[in-house]
Design a protein around this ligand. Structure first.
Ligand code: CDP
Ligand code: MG
Length: 664
């Protein structure tokens, strides 16, 4: 039983939430929106960030009866957004998170039988469409934040376009923060665009007079200047990534401590790897008289709305995953943002009143150096997972799949090649049993390959653990960063997964728990797939061999002290100073690496020593020099022929199409 005061304070909370809902710009057009959705299968909804699209549309559809014959699903390109929005909406509906309103992200399903509104990452919906190609569980799907043009969203576009043509009872709503809406409407067959009238305040834009050498330093100074100026309102700083965010936050706090009688300021970082309870803090109101200063990645650009921001400080950069053909893989790199990003960022300052935006770059850089909009992810990443997914969805001819912006043919062929190397595709380009198994794992193809191989080699133990964490030197295993991580995990396990143990060794308990969680989920998938789970005991060489089986295409050979060259390309690459192999006086002849990171030079991250012979055994298509197995060489030639054939076919089809459209 609740006592009276508690009940009434809960009522007050509900009332304010309801009032808040009714204050949103989308509320004024609620009925019109529902009408247009009733009359059309597909609608594009455009509205300023903060107008209520993400939190309200699902509820309107629920209130209008759509959830009586299926769920209302809403996809988000970002995990953080899916979680925080689901939480908010469950509060607005007055239910517990995971009941009527739930969310699903990779490795975490917070939904139940009761769930009627489901927020999820676009990757989750893609996977669901694999099991249930018509998405029968849903009565409506909202593809939110479509302007972000994430890879998964782009693939979903092509798939959902087909699903809607098969299912007349399904509603598809595509939302966007203004840009590109005409293009969306055209792609789906000239469907209607609904504009939510905005309510925004003017934002003064102030450019830097000269280019900034150090945007972190510039941002710290700017934030302090705003804070000490006496003007009210919260501050939002945009940084490219976690590292910069941490440095910026620390610097602001430090310098404020040096000042006497500075007014109080709460500095709140937010980025996708931040634990969710800390993320939630940015939405909490600061105590009276305390200013909030949020330091964020472009996560706060459109997917998260924080009320009360009056000042935006924009460093002008973001991190993008870009496929680098030279090294044959994706790399996260810092890039200048686009003009569209810059304008979205500025807009964040004008939601609750007039605001100011400080751009830490010059007006000329904005005009002349920034692209109008960001290049869609599909045109800049490694498509291997998409290829796998589309193949498993039964799409035969990938080069003819209906993409809004088709990925460059070269990237497509390159991905197919990579999957062939890993044994996921056969010589005819069809999915192999290994490939079919790989689709089940929400991992990079090389990682899923590693898991699959580990079952054959009998050492699931390691591969289920591919964590990332701060690791103290004492756990270091000199041959391998992977094994170092494993060592940490096993010791943690030996200490009953204790958080005290973590603290003693300066290891994030949260991260370790996540590792444990991921491990158990991967294990579940493996059990589900009836894979053979055996432990290798203490034979860690087998583990290194498994790693080699998955990463032989990313191998390097010792050249000088601490200097390696890529075995296939001859490109120099370096051990990262954080690697267990770095400065241990032990430099193996051959290593494989998980990832190349480019900062001042090309660094290999997560490195494991391997035997030269394993490379030849496990990656015979590259390293078969010694006993050049003839059959393998034939296969390579076959594959290469297939690929050039595919190219020719595509070209002639295009010519056909051109001819047809010329005639028409
Ligand atoms: O999607 P859109 O940008 O149009 O707006 P929204 O995300 O639905 O946000 C509408 C309102 O809900 C904003 O005023 C947010 O401050 C609030 N909101 C919140 O308080 N907590 C969240 N986790 C998400 C939204
Ligand atoms: Mg939104």
């Amino acid at each position: 039983m609740k006592d009276k005061s508690e009940a009434s304070s809960e009522f007050a909370k509900k009332k304010t939430l309801l009032e808040q809902r009714q204050y949103l710009p989308i509320f004024a057009v609620r009925q019109q929106l529902l009408n247009i959705i009733r009359d059309n299968s597909i609608v594009i909804v455009v509205g300023e960030t903060g107008s209520g699209k993400t939190t309200q549309l699902t509820q309107y559809l629920h209130e209008d009866g759509y959830t009586s014959y299926g769920m209302v699903g809403c996809t988000q390109p970002r995990r953080v957004a899916a979680m925080s929005v689901a939480k908010r909406v469950s509060e607005e509906l007055g239910s517990n998170l995971g009941e009527e309103v739930g969310y699903a992200i990779r490795f975490e399903d917070c939904t139940s039988e009761k769930t009627v509104i489901k927020y999820m990452t676009d990757g989750i919906l893609l996977r669901e469409s694999l099991r249930e190609s018509d998405l029968d569980h849903y009565s409506a799907v909202i593809m939110d934040e479509a302007h972000e043009r994430s890879l998964n969203t782009d693939v979903l576009f092509g798939l959902l376009r087909e699903v809607v043509s098969r299912r007349s009872d399904l509603k598809l709503i595509v939302t966007s923060a203004t840009m590109d809406s005409d293009k969306f409407a055209a792609f789906f067959g000239n469907v209607p665009i609904f504009h939510i009238p905005g309510r925004t305040f003017p934002v003064d834009i102030l450019f830097s007079k000269t280019p900034q050498e150090d945007y972190v330093e510039a941002a710290v100074k700017q934030a302090l200047q705003i804070h000490l100026s006496g003007m009210g309102g919260d501050i939002l700083i945009f940084m490219p990534g976690q590292e910069d965010i941490e440095v910026t936050s620390d610097q602001i706090v430090e310098r404020l401590e040096d000042l006497e009688s500075a007014p109080p300021l709460t500095v709140l970082p937010i980025y996708s790897q931040l634990p969710s309870d800390l993320q939630a803090k940015i939405f909490q109101k600061a105590p009276d008289g305390v200013r909030k200063c949020i330091v964020a990645t472009n996560i706060a650009e459109t997917s998260l709305t924080v009320d009360g921001i009056m000042f935006v400080v924009d460093a002008g950069y973001c991190k993008l995953k870009v496929f680098n053909p030279r090294i044959g893989m994706d790399a996260l790199q810092v890039y200048p943002i686009s003009q569209a990003n810059a304008n979205q960022r500025a807009g964040r300052a004008g939601r609750t009143g007039p605001g100011q935006c400080y751009r830490l770059y010059t007006q000329s850089a904005f005009k002349n150096e920034m692209l109008t909009t960001t290049i869609p992810e599909i045109q800049r990443t490694n498509l291997a997972n998409v290829v796998l997914l589309l193949k498993s969805l039964g799409v035969q001819d990938l080069l003819l799949f209906h993409f809004m912006d088709p990925p460059p043919e070269d990237n497509m062929l390159n991905s197919m090649y990579q999957l062939w190397i890993l044994g996921a595709l056969d010589n005819t380009g069809s999915l192999t049993p290994t490939g079919r198994l790989m689709v089940e794992f929400p991992l990079d193809p090389a990682l899923s390959k590693m898991l699959i191989v580990s079952c054959d080699m009998g050492c699931k133990k390691f591969t289920l653990h591919t964590g990332h964490d701060q690791v103290r030197e004492k756990f270091s295993v000199p041959e391998s960063d992977h094994l170092t991580y494993l060592n940490v995990y096993l010791q943690w396990k030996n200490n009953n997964y204790s958080s005290i143990w973590c603290n003693e060794h300066f290891i994030h308990t949260k991260a370790m728990r996540k590792v444990r969680e991921v491990r158990s989920q991967l294990k579940d998938i493996m059990v589900q797939q009836r894979m053979n789970l055996v432990s290798c005991g203490s034979d860690w060489d087998i583990i290194r061999k498994c790693i080699c089986a998955a990463y032989f295409h990313q191998a390097a050979k010792l050249k000088g002290i601490g200097e390696y060259v890529n075995v296939r390309t001859g490109m120099p690459c370096h051990l990262h100073p954080t690697s267990s192999l770095f400065g241990m006086g032990y430099t193996p002849d051959y290593i494989t690496y998980h990832e190349l990171v480019m900062t001042t030079k090309e660094y290999m991250q997560c490195v494991t020593a391997v035997d030269g012979e394993w490379l030849a055994e496990l990656g015979p298509m590259f390293y078969s020099v010694k006993q050049a197995g003839k059959s393998r060489m034939e296969e390579i030639t076959n594959m290469e022929e297939e690929m050039s054939l595919a190219e020719q076919q595509l070209r002639s089809r295009r010519e056909d199409q051109d001819r047809k459209s010329n005639v028409g």
